[in-house]
Design a protein around this ligand. Structure first.
Ligand SMILES: Cc1cc2nc3c(=O)[nH]c(=O)nc-3n(C[C@H](O)[C@H](O)[C@H](O)COP(=O)(O)OP(=O)(O)OC[C@H]3O[C@@H](n4cnc5c(N)ncnc54)[C@H](O)[C@@H]3O)c2cc1C
Ligand code: SF4
Length: 580
């Protein structure tokens, strides 16, 4: 008897990954009328169950200090869920002589459940590095082309800030910023003396209600999630409007393994591992948008080999995995005796800094190219869970005298972090490890990493600047970091590597990895065109930080969303014209 198979369901678009890039694409494409299926390697997120921002330490296992009395750091049970430096059964490797760290979040919303919400636009010069100083490559798009999309993203997600006209740090569509706190005022005064620009931060946190989301109530615990969705996460802000269109299907716990092409070389399906049944499945779509985060996306493309694409799909140029960069990071902290024994006062605020220093030496002659900005924090705000870890290591005694010492010292530390531009170099890239596979049988990434001389000089300059700010503000330098001044003072240096003249972060440690599927006008030297569309496969797009041509000092996520929105508008236009 003739067997009749039901017609296969073909979606308009399959998006891989639900983070900043994938979430934005889902919202724009579904609202534009397309039927979208999304593959997400992690589970669905339920803020009421998963977020812990209002739980007290005594409500948590081990009272908020991890097993063995030591927190594991970001991503443990006290932070937003399912994100960490290591994922059980899903390793990555580093080449001999290289050191690289890779923070992944396997959950709806990806790392936007964890990020610091620092939302800075790239500036006009950031899109033209080669034209500015002759090194690296210009982007195939300009700031002016992306600016309307920054406007759209900021207006939709809510970003606070102030209009300042700082060169190459463009103002945006801002909500009012929160007031500076005592420690921020102290540091601003020192910066004024040193002629370092210090202005209100720009963070994706609501200071006024927006689209049904409440304004921030200043619990200062953003790293543990936000049930009122007052800060931005893709899971709470991008996915719900996509779902509300009725044109959105999310397949959770689905790890994309390979993009499948048809006889004409166009993408026609994505093959994935259903983690709950441990079986291989396939979804069909007219267009594929890859947004698994820069390195996961490169991994997926490199693993998508076929006779027509022996080096991985969209990789005839050989650049996929190359041009990997992270921000240059360096930290230092100060102890400020004038803050000791301060009366208890209200130091409430958002879960990050209220002020920051944009790069203030634009156009000046420096020892290095490009620039960095400074993030800082400290003071008597609501301590995070585990925030007193290491304090007891510093003081003798126990009981009342120990408590008094801890109280008098609490809030007397301020930490500084520099975030600077790394110039791509040929020693930094990721590739498929020829031997190691993850527990799903998917070949893993192997990282190669070496900082260049420019980055080392920049990190040394950061250290000098931090020192002069601390001393001008009446403090004493200690070897701490912004997030954990006391912890680092007690000997932990938060993944910083000692080098002559200062300390520089490990590759990947700043969690701004990008550039691995770069865009450009020339198909010989880039994988994507200016619309983030593969030169080789016209119905394949990339919508995370992989297409970025450079890694300016500004944190990348706002730009990921702006570029994803622009790419999605282009897909809508092409779909309407029947071009995909
Ligand atoms: C602690 C922390 C602080 C940060 N602070 C800031 C900050 O202040 N400002 C800033 O700009 N950036 C910050 N970042 C970086 C920011 O989180 C990322 O730039 C951003 O989330 C990247 O978005 P994305 O869409 O590329 O990827 P992600 O947000 O990582 O999302 C990728 C998603 O894809 C899924 N996925 C991956 N591979 C597959 C696959 N093969 N199949 C199916 N699904 C897959 C993942 O499970 C994940 O959900 C921070 C990050 C962390 C962890
Ligand atoms: S500080 Fe504001 S945005 Fe952050 S978790 Fe608390 S309420 Fe939410």
């Amino acid at each position: 008897m003739l067997e009749i198979n039901p017609p296969r369901k073909v979606y308009d678009v399959c998006i891989v990954g639900s983070g900043a890039g994938g979430g934005t694409a889902a919202k724009v494409l579904t609202e534009g009328g397309l039927n979208v299926v999304m593959l997400e390697a992690g589970p669905r997120l339920d803020p009421d169950r998963d977020f812990k921002e209002h739980m007290w330490p005594y409500q948590l296992p081990h009272r908020g200090v991890g097993i063995g009395g030591r927190q594991r750091g970001i991503g443990d049970e006290f932070m937003a869920p399912n994100g960490f430096w290591d994922i059980e059964g899903e390793p990555y490797t580093t080449a001999p002589g290289s050191s690289f760290r890779w923070f992944r979040s396997r959950i709806e919303g990806g790392r936007t459940n964890h990020w610091g919400r620092i939302a800075l636009r790239f500036g006009p010069a950031d899109f033209r590095p080669h034209s500015t100083d002759g090194i690296g490559d210009d982007w195939p798009i300009t700031y002016e082309e992306l600016a309307p999309y920054y406007d759209k993203v900021e207006s939709y997600i809510g970003v606070f800030g102030s209009k300042e006209n700082v060169p190459n740090a463009p103002d945006g569509v801002f909500m009012p910023p929160p007031k500076p706190r005592c420690t921020e005022t102290l540091i601003k005064k020192a910066c004024d003396q040193l002629h370092i620009t210090c202005i209100p931060s720009r963070l994706a946190i609501l200071t006024k209600p927006l689209n049904g989301r409440d304004a921030c109530h200043y619990c200062a615990q953003c790293g543990r999630g936000c049930r009122t969705a007052s800060n931005f996460s893709s899971s709470q802000v991008m996915i719900p409007p996509a779902a509300a269109t009725g044109r959105f299907t999310m397949i959770a716990n689905a790890m994309a393994r390979k993009i499948v092409v048809n006889d004409t070389g166009k993408a026609e399906a994505v093959s994935y591992i259903d983690k709950t049944t441990r079986t291989e499945q396939r979804v069909y779509a007219k267009t594929v948008v890859v947004a698994g985060s820069a390195c996961e996306s490169a991994r997926l493309l490199l693993n998508s080999r076929s006779p027509g694409f022996p080096n991985g799909i969209a990789n005839s140029s050989g650049v996929v995995g190359r041009y990997l960069t992270d921000s240059v990071g360096s930290d230092l902290a100060g102890y400020f005796p004038q803050l000791e024994n301060m009366p208890i006062h209200n130091h409430d605020g958002v879960g990050a800094m209220h002020m920051y220093m944009p790069w203030w030496r634009v156009g000046k002659k420096n020892e290095f190219l490009r620039g960095y900005h400074i993030e800082f924090g400290g003071g008597r705000d609501m301590p995070g869970v585990g925030g007193f870890e290491y304090v007891c290591d510093e003081h003798e005694g126990y009981g009342v005298s120990l408590k008094q010492k801890c109280r008098s010292m609490y809030g007397t530390f301020i930490g500084f972090s520099g975030r600077g531009e790394m110039i791509p170099n040929e020693n930094c890239y990721c590739e498929i490890d020829p031997e190691v596979k993850d527990k799903w049988g998917i070949p893993v990434l192997r990282f190669h990493w070496q900082w260049g001389e420019n980055e080392r000089k920049m990190a040394a300059d950061m250290q000098q600047t931090f020192r002069s700010i601390i001393e001008t503000a009446g403090g004493t330098v200690i070897a701490g970091t912004r997030r954990h001044p006391q912890k680092a003072a007690a000997g932990e240096s938060n993944a910083l590597v000692q080098q002559p003249g200062g300390r520089i972060s490990q590759g990947g440690a700043i969690i701004h990895e990008l550039g691995t599927i770069r865009m450009g006008n020339d198909p010989k030297t880039s994988a994507l065109n200016k619309n983030c569309q593969a030169h080789d496969v016209k119905n394949l797009f990339v919508a995370d930080a992989a297409p970025f041509v450079s890694n300016p000092d500004k944190n990348p996520t706002l730009s990921i969303m702006a570029l994803s929105w622009k790419t999605s508008d282009y897909i809508l236009d092409q779909a309407k014209k029947g071009e995909l």
